[in-house]
Design a protein around this ligand. Structure first.
Ligand code: UD1
Ligand code: CA
Length: 452
């Protein structure tokens, strides 16, 4: 395919009202990545040499996402929702520039695979003027039907316009369509809007191509490749399919998932070798886990890095900017945000470390916290190598704890602690002889009096 140029047009206009959401449909996410980003990823992998994204009016957010994912993509606006063929023609200027293959892909079919797009390009290279992607869904309702005669595609009929006999066809339109560059624009401009919805249907390209004595073909793929998302239920079904794929890929790459169906991954989760993930773990976007790390149950992480041989959880939360070095231990109910935990450091129980560095080999005690926020600003705490932060200490940022320093249990640290110093910042203990018994007697007397 490398010798043929390819323009990919992604349709992302249309308000997607059936999602019942203010968010544009193509910005909904599967495995932490927008539907649009999934489609653009497939387009890139299929070797597209130019890309166009068609958006609706006032869709700055969609345009922004397109530019973020694919800075080279050209953005076109479809002024009014007048059908899929009209949407393609919004990108007329890109089409007119000429490409050997023109692929049209719907922004709401996020699982489309690059291999399938390549197969469509092969059909065009083989002489077809038009190629339509078909599949046989378990439930065909809502999809257009492909009418095939003697190996050639003769029509695509939208369900609303189909006869009873046509509705019985189980081969459906997956949405993606490919045009040979030479005749594509002419076919598109000849499409009319004489159907029940008075829309310009991309699918009518088949009848037009045939009227021009051009060859149209259908190629078939799996349902999972072309799942269209029109509702929140379809979004969830597609998420489930994609999660299965991610789990399978992770296990094939050597990750041990003890109970794969309970682990949720992101499209960009990265694992090293011999990583073990216990049941019920959520990996949000931007997570990298290095070799031999152990992620225990009920941990949740996003935009975090876990170093080689580290142990996380159970019940740990790694928030954006958590960077754990090698052999680090982060235990139950510990939250880390925007903090570097250097090699071999430990925070094993009930702690919060935010906007900080925890030096190599240091120990952050049970219930200790970094007070990084005063209600207005955020401040940093720096803890040196081999330091010991006693249980229930509160480190009030900004503060620096030197290498090897020791902070006594229960201290509220507001001043820097020099290296190797012992900081005690709490009230001295006082024991009052027999006062416990007297206190109880007083309280009982008060209670009796109140009951009278
Ligand atoms: C479409 C197909 C149907 C196919 C199904 C597969 C047509 C006419 N129908 O139906 O045959 O089985 O997809 O999922 O092509 N869009 C625009 N502008 C418009 C209309 C749509 O950009 O004016 C975009 C939408 O954002 C969406 C895509 O085109 O990404 C498909 O539109 P949608 O309304 O979802 O079409 P379906 O009814 O699902
Ligand atoms: Ca759709």
């Amino acid at each position: 395919m490398t010798d043929r140029s390819c323009l990919a047009i992604v349709l992302a206009a249309g308000e997607g009202t059936r999602m019942r959401s203010r968010r544009p449909k193509v910005l909904h996410e599967i495995a932490g990545r927008s539907l649009l980003a999934h489609v653009l990823g497939a387009v890139r992998a299929a070797g597209a040499t130019a890309s166009a994204v068609v958006i609706g009016p006032d869709s700055e957010a969609v345009a922004g996402e397109a530019r973020r994912v694919m800075p080279g993509a050209e953005i076109f606006v479809q002024a009014e929702r007048r059908g899929t063929a009209d949407a393609v023609l919004a990108a007329k200027a890109a089409i007119a520039r000429g490409a050997d293959d023109i692929l049209v892909i719907f922004g709401d079919t996020p699982l489309i695979s690059p291999q399938t797009l390549v197969r469509m390009r092969e059909a065009l290279a083989g002489g077809a003027a038009l190629v339509v992607l078909g599949f046989r869904p378990k439930d065909p309702s809502g999809y257009g039907r492909l009418v095939v005669e003697n190996g050639e595609l003769v029509a695509v009929r939208e369900e609303l316009d189909a006869s009873a006999a046509e509705r019985a066809i189980d081969l459906c339109n997956g949405g993606s369509v490919g045009f040979a560059g030479k005749t594509g624009l002419e076919i598109l401009t000849r499409i009319e809007n004489n159907n029940r919805k008075s829309e310009f249907y991309l699918t009518d390209a088949v009848a037009v191509a045939r009227s021009m004595k051009l060859k149209a073909v259908a190629i078939e793929t799996e349902e999972d490749d072309v799942r269209g998302i029109n509702t929140k239920a379809q979004l969830a079904e597609t998420e489930a399919v994609y999660q299965q794929r991610l789990r399978k890929a992770a296990m094939e790459a050597g990750v041990t998932l003890v109970a794969p169906e309970t682990v949720f991954l992101s499209a960009d989760t990265k694992f090293g070798r011999d990583v073990v993930v216990e049941p019920f773990v959520v990996f949000g976007p931007g997570v990298t886990i290095e070799d031999e790390a152990l992620i225990c149950s009920f941990s949740h992480m996003e935009r975090a890095h876990v170093g080689r041989g580290a142990r996380v959880g159970p019940f740990a939360r790694l928030r954006p900017g958590a960077r754990l070095g090698a052999e680090v231990h982060i235990g139950n109910f510990v939250e880390i945000k925007e903090a570097v935990i250097e090699d071999g450091a430990k925070a094993n129980h009930l702690a919060y470390i935010g906007d900080a560095r925890l030096g190599a080999g240091s120990n952050f005690g049970a219930g200790a916290i970094v007070c990084n926020y005063d209600g207005v600003g955020k401040y940093r705490t720096d803890i040196g190598k081999g330091a010991f932060i006693g249980s229930n200490a509160a480190l009030v940022s900004p503060v620096t704890i030197g290498d090897g320093a020791y902070v006594a249990t229960g201290s509220v640290v507001t001043h820097d602690v020099p290296a190797d110093a012992l900081a005690i910042a709490r009230e001295r203990q006082v024991n009052k002889e027999n006062r416990a018994a007297r206190l109880r007697a007083l309280k009982r007397a008060a209670k009796t009096k109140a009951a009278e």
